[in-house]
Write a protein that binds this ligand. Sequence first.
Ligand code: ATP
Ligand code: MG
Length: 266
Amino acid sequence: MPVIKVKPGQKVKLNQIDADDTGPYKSKKEAKKQLKKNIARMAELQNVLYAEDKHALLIVLQAMDAGGKDGTIRRIMSGVNPQGVRVTSFKKPTPEELAHDFLWRIHKAVPQRGMIGIFNRSHYEDVLVVRVHNLVPPSVWKKRYDHINHFEKLLVDSGVTILKFYLHISKDEQKRRMEARLEQPHKRWKFNPDDLKERELWDDYMEAFETAFERCSTDYAPWYIIPANNKWYRNLVISEIIVDTLEGLNMQYPQPVANLDGIVIE
Ligand code: ATP
Ligand code: MG
């Protein structure tokens, strides 16, 4: 599947990556069966993840507004046991959060062993929105790429597998999705006029994303750039990467606590 897994130090130009790409697939119909299979497989793998209680999986989702973070979570996790998943949405930091280092609130939300954790936005906001809006001086945010890499290494060394997905939509697609939010009654509640201001800063955001990928895609916690104009392709690719990653952990159900042979339940 022609999806970009950013190599450490690789410079990416987002405007050269086709957000409409659907790889070898021509239609949603073609991809449907595979997506269904992946979702079912993910449920099985989550069950072993939980039973084995050795690894955790952390999925980081970042995107521009209307990029599809919510929809991805809804679809991809539709088959898994809700007890084994925890989604954390990172909003504007509270005064208490701001009184700590930027990773304080993030660390608390990292999934424990046996669990899948999903970050809807993440510590990357601290080098994205924060950089674009000058919320802290450059001397502060520039150090954060190293801080993030060290933090993620700590997590990986502690048994957390990290996958980071950037849902890549085009500026035109964002326009279409925002218009749909204005026009369709059941989507209107999602329309946030503030998002229009961020849209004006599109190029600044792209630059901030590109730096984050270059500096913080590591062999232990890679960034994937997912063509996301087509929701079905986005879901297929992400589910595929999650399944492959979980399979790569070679997880095993634990041995029963005692020899169970010959036990008869009266
Ligand atoms: P929705 O799809 O529901 O709009 P959302 O993730 O955009 O989801 P919002 O409540 O609209 O949720 O937005 C959260 C806002 O918080 C975003 O504008 C984001 O940039 C901002 N934010 C998140 N983390 C930080 C941070 N560390 N510093 C400043 N702003 C942040
Ligand atoms: Mg929003």
